[in-house]
Design a protein around this ligand. Structure first.
Ligand code: NAD
Length: 316
């Protein structure tokens, strides 16, 4: 009888918010999953439910150092994603994006693996066009406090396209927009987790600016589905592909919705906008619809209910 051949998939940043959901989904799809993480922002609690699975393996490793293993596919998610965390050690953030990408591309080259980069809407910086399409080249301040992340991710994209042109690698680039859901870090300062944690703790909800700036929020299950589809797409499909929810919500409105769903009696306070904070960010997902047959399915209220339930359980 033929032996079952399982795909060996490496997820860097696998103990983080998105990575842990991706590992869970890949195991469900019958893959052998190796989670690599240095636990800078990732937590063992995020992957605790996977530790007994014989097809799951975890390794503490910093991707700024080379990694030698046999693998079929690589999802490169390792990188702190929230401003609080990526600004904590900006030089390490740039190293993780740039040297980490070189190491993962080197591994893909040696093993002939397919490799997907988790890029970000931050490559568009503070955009002059709305919504953002993939051919928009962005408006990033290379000297500002967000540059370690934005420029690091832009350089990683360049590397992905150069390795493809120069070495014939099968590469994919996903530009991820604001994503939320269970296992977000409670202290990461991102707007959804901030508001939920503040509401559940009956603290004031902090809105930066006047609350009229918009964001578009994608539920984590939808996002993971987009990443899996992109990896499974034909080799010619390189991306970049925007993955996000195109439904815009004012930040002030989001605060009100969360107050309603949590039943919290917290009030809202307004604080000045941080430097380089974009006033509007919204994906054009026409390309994802066309080439991946993908679009978000989960309504904001439903996604928020799941996320609130998670925080209500973990904060107590
Ligand atoms: N969540 C979002 O809304 C969003 C939006 C755009 C892009 N992204 C991208 O998706 C990826 C995952 O984001 P997330 O929200 O899950 O963030 P996260 O901080 O929860 O996860 C990142 C993971 O990478 C690990 N990591 C960091 N540096 C590392 C290193 N040098 N070596 C090994 N592991 C390292 C962290 O410990 C963590 O587990 C990131 O690359 C991020 O830039 C996320």
């Amino acid at each position: 009888m033929a032996k079952e051949v399982r795909k060996r998939v490496l997820v860097t940043g696998g103990a983080g918010f998105l990575g842990s959901h991706l590992c869970t989904r890949l195991l469900r799809e019958g893959c052998d999953v190796l989670c690599v993480d240095n636990y800078f922002t990732g937590r063992r609690a995020n992957i605790f439910h996977l530790l007994d699975d014989p097809h799951f393996e975890t390794m503490r490793h910093d991707i700024t150092f080379p990694l030698y293993l046999e693998i079929d596919e690589i999802y490169n998610l390792a990188c702190p994603a929230s401003p609080i965390h990526y600004r904590f050690d900006p030089v390490q953030t740039t190293k993780t994006s740039v040297i980490g990408a070189i190491n993962m591309l080197g591994l893909a080259k040696r093993t002939k693996a397919k490799v997907l980069q988790a890029s970000t809407s931050e490559v568009y910086g503070d955009p002059e066009v709305h919504p953002q399409t993939e051919d928009y080249r962005g408006r990033v301040n290379p000297l500002g406090p967000r540059a370690c992340y934005d420029e690091g991710k832009r350089c990683a994209e360049t590397l992905f396209f150069d390795y493809r042109r120069q070495h014939g690698l099968r590469t994919k680039v996903a530009r991820i927009f604001n994503t939320y859901g269970p296992r977000m870090h409670p202290e990461d300062g991102r707007v959804v987790s901030n508001f939920i944690v503040q509401a559940l703790r009956c603290e004031q909800l902090t809105v930066f600016g006047d609350g009229r700036q918009t964001r578009a929020f994608c539920y984590v299950d939808d996002l993971i589905d987009g990443l899996i589809r992109l990896m499974a797409s034909p080799d010619e499909e390189t991306g970049p592909v925007n993955l996000g929810n195109p439904v815009e919500v004012r930040v002030g409105e989001l605060a009100e919705v969360i107050l309603g769903l949590t039943g919290s009696r917290s009030s809202i306070v307004y604080r000045p906008l941080p430097a380089d904070d974009p006033v509007q960010r919204c994906p054009d997902i026409s390309r994802a619809r066309e080439v991946l047959g993908w679009e978000p399915q989960v309504q904001l209220q439903d996604g928020l209910r799941h996320t609130i339930a998670y925080f209500a359980e973990t904060l107590t």
